[in-house]
Write a protein of this length. Structure first.
Length: 123
């Protein structure tokens, strides 16, 4: 159910690691809990975050939730298309990335969950 090439957090974000770069989004579980996503607030390119920092918010018809950075780093890209059409998160949560980061500390990724452990967490 959850793509094995991604890593996951207890806060229901996913991260796709590629060397010292990463893309971040929310999981299928998270989007189902939120319901219809209607708005995303994402940071500007150049902002830096520490692991666990709030990098934005996601708003649905049910709630507003904070988005947490799974690793520390600098925002190198923001998915502007997703900001314009946040409902894509509901259709394709594991390919709808929100931000891209240049990772500042690779060790931040060591305690992320693999797909099997994340599946167990969401049962």
């Amino acid at each position: 159910m959850y793509p094995p090439e991604l890593k996951y957090t207890n806060d229901h974000e996913w991260i796709r690691l590629s060397g010292s770069n990463a893309k971040i989004g929310i999981t299928d579980y998270a989007q189902k809990q939120l319901g219809d996503v209607v708005y995303l607030e994402l940071p500007e390119v150049g902002r830096t975050f520490k692991k666990g920092d709030v990098f934005g918010t996601i708003e649905s018809v049910k709630a507003v939730s904070e988005l947490y950075c799974p690793v520390g780093g600098e925002v190198t890209e923001v998915n502007g298309a997703l900001a314009q059409h946040p409902e894509a998160v509901n259709r394709e949560p594991h390919s709808s990335w929100m931000i891209a980061l240049k990772i500042s500390n690779a060790a931040d990724a060591t305690d992320l969950l693999d797909a099997q452990r994340y599946t167990e967490l969401t049962k």
